[in-house]
Structures are given as C-alpha cells and as structure tokens.
Design a protein around this ligand. Structure first.
Ligand code: NAP
Length: 252
C-alpha cells in the first residue's frame, strides 16, 4: 500500500527560537516534509535536526529580504513536493529601542523589509504551490505589539517593530480577503524567552522580570501551543483573524 501524501510545510526563521522549536515538533511526525528556511545554512542545530529527521526536514537558504531566495525555494518545493500545505512565516526582527520621535528612518525601513515585505515575498513566491494543496494555510507569526487596540498597554519603545507588524497584519487580512480559498491569519506567540527578548534586555537594561511578569514562556512551550493552533486551523474559522498563542482572538 502506498503511503499517504505528506503534509508539506515551509517555515521561515527555522534556524533558532520559535521557528526552530516549531520545526522540531513537526519533525517528530510521520508523513511530513518540512522546508526549513534559514538565512545561514550553517546553523548547526538545524543541520543536526535535518540529519536526525531522515529527510523530513530540508534546510533551504531563505533571507527574508531576498526575492531570489524565495523564488529558488519555490522551485525546490515544486520539484520535491509539488504543493505546500502550510507556509509559516516566523522570521522576524525586533531591534528598535527608540521612541517614535527619535527612531532612525532606516531602522523603520529595515523592520518593514524583514517583518512586512518578507512574509509578502514568501506569499507571492509560494501562492501557486499553495493552490495545489487541498487545505492551504498561510500563517504569519506577528505580535501583540502590532495590535493597534492593545498599543496603549504596550509601553516598550519598539516603534519600528510595532508598526512593521501592524502592517503585516494588514497584508495578511488583504490576502484573506483576496484569496477566499486560502486560510490566511496572524498569531501572537506569547512573550517568549528567545534571543529576541534576551537581546532586548541586554540592549536596554530592561529587567527580565518585566517580561517574566507578563507570563513569559519558552520557545518550546510557545511552539507546542502554536502547532496546536495550526493543526486546528480552518479557513472558515481562522482566515482573516488574529490569534493569541492560546487560540483566543486578539483585537486588531
Ligand atoms: N520572542 C517573543 O517574545 C516574541 C513575541 C511576539 C512575537 N514574536 C515573533 O516571533 C517570531 C520569531 O521570533 P523569536 O522570538 O524566535 O526570535 P529570534 O530567536 O530572534 O529568532 C529570529 C529568527 O528570525 C530569523 N531572521 C531574522 N532576520 C532574518 C532575515 N533577514 N532573513 C531571514 N531570517 C531572519 C533569524 O535567523 P538567524 O538565525 O539567521 O538570525 C531567526 O531564525 C518573530 O517574527 C517575532 O517578531 C516573538
């Protein structure tokens, strides 16, 4: 008897943090094929995971700002799988620590390039392969910091990050509106003890306890909840929406 067609995933930012943790969880499943995007293919932990996975994890070079990388990725996916079921845009940066009055404009542009245009490039490159899936999903890991409604409660001076994530939220809703056959949504992964938070703490002197008091979780805990969210996602119930890591709705 032939084995069923695998579930095919493309994940950006799979080298470390939440993206690596999601890739690790999915790699434990039978019948999956995971194209794990990393801008530096020398990432040791991703290569080790690929080796252990027996061919289920395929590391692919993917710099978020590169249209060429995304086109080359689409070609590899086409050749090896002929479709994609889940595109998970996880790669992102949060490097701004300036209040909006002083934020360097190049800092804003860089955050837009990676956090907003990066997922859009991925969508445009993989749309044809998504349409080959019987249940296609395009999911962006955004942040509550990009929620306009929640911004008054989020006082860290991360202006470039926040506005670039608000913009990607908007892009994903446009995708949902213009592609009703697709399940397209954004999610917040929780406050996660990845390098992103550690670097912010080191750069700004913010106490780690400020994040701990917000219910900080590990990348592995975040990924476990996100994978549950992705597994249960359907276009009828999820498309065009903003989800918290626990599967509840977040306001725009
Ligand atoms: N940590 C949190 O509390 C938190 C909260 C809300 C939302 N998020 C979101 O969750 C996602 C993952 O963040 P994380 O916490 O796992 O952060 P992280 O540990 O800093 O990992 C960031 C990932 O993005 C990749 N990346 C960064 N710039 C890239 C670029 N130009 N091209 C390709 N890949 C790039 C990194 O690759 P390299 O290894 O090559 O640098 C790495 O794999 C981000 O979108 C972030 O905004 C995180």
């Amino acid at each position: 008897m032939s084995s069923p067609t695998p579930n095919v995933y493309v994940i950006s930012g799979a080298s470390r943090g939440i993206g690596f943790a999601i890739t690790s969880i999915l790699a434990q499943r039978d019948n999956v094929l995971i194209f794990a995007g990393a801008r530096d293919l020398k990432s040791t932990q991703l290569n080790e995971l690929a080796l252990k996975s027996g061919g289920k994890v395929v590391p692919v070079k993917l710099e978020s700002t590169s249209v060429e990388d995304a086109a080359a990725l689409a070609k590899v996916v086409e050749e090896k799988a002929g479709k994609v079921d889940y595109v998970l845009a996880v790669a992102g940066i949060s490097q701004s620590t300036d209040p909006i009055a002083q934020v360097p404009l190049d800092d804003v542009r860089r955050h837009f390039e990676v956090n907003t245009i990066g997922p859009l490039v991925l969508f445009q490159s993989l749309l044809a392969l998504l349409t080959k899936s019987s249940a296609p999903h395009f999911i962006v890991v955004s942040t509550i910091a990009g929620s306009i409604a929640s911004m008054p409660q989020f006082l860290f001076p991360v202006s470039s990050y926040a506005i670039s994530k608000t913009a990607v939220n908007s892009a994903v809703v446009r995708i949902a509106v213009e592609h009703p056959d697709l399940d397209a949504f954004v999610c917040h992964p929780g406050v996660v003890s990845s390098d992103m938070i550690k670097e912010y703490v080191a750069k700004t002197g913010t106490a780690l306890s400020d994040f701990e008091s917000m219910g900080m979780i590990t990348p592995e805990e975040s990924a476990a909840s996100l994978v549950k969210l992705f597994d249960g996602a359907k276009k009828e119930t999820h498309s065009g929406k903003f989800f918290n890591v626990d599967g509840t709705f977040l306001p725009w």
